[in-house]
Design a binder for this molecule. Structure first.
Ligand SMILES: [Zn+2]
Length: 132
């Protein structure tokens, strides 16, 4: 997806909701994109069409696609779930109730990690008690 093809140029766009800038590819220009900062859906605007099509290619790391952003978000939630089981339980329940398939999966994984974290905490307590 982030392969450097000659047709993949990066175009700066500004989110109308949070006013922060981010980059999209030429291909994304004609589609509705999601702001990586505030998740606002931005429809292709005439303003974007006026921007020159050929802007130097930026390294793929700079290309904040919504998917990688959400994956990072999910990873943070999973770590949190493992460390704080109760928080993981709450987050898991909230996310499982959402309509989005990705969010539901995130919730599921949070609950799993909360359970693992909880089991881990119990095991540590048993070991601690056994040491007396
Ligand atoms: Zn935004």
């Amino acid at each position: 997806m982030t392969a450097k093809t000659p047709t993949q140029f990066n175009i700066r766009r500004q989110c109308p909701s949070c006013n922060r800038g981010f980059r999209i590819t030429v291909k994304q220009l004609s589609y509705t994109v999601e702001c990586p900062h505030c998740k606002t859906h931005i429809s292709p605007s005439s303003e974007a069409m006026g921007i020159p099509m050929a802007i130097p290619v930026a390294p793929p790391e700079e290309l904040a696609t919504p998917t990688s952003d959400r994956s990072r978000h999910r990873r943070i939630l999973k770590i949190l779930s493992f460390l704080v089981s109760l928080a993981g339980l709450v987050v898991g329940v909230i996310y499982i109730a959402k309509d989005d398939e990705f969010d539901r999966k995130t919730g599921e994984q949070c609950l799993i990690w909360a359970a693992i974290g909880f089991g881990f905490a119990i095991a540590l307590n048993v070991l601690w008690l056994a040491s007396f």
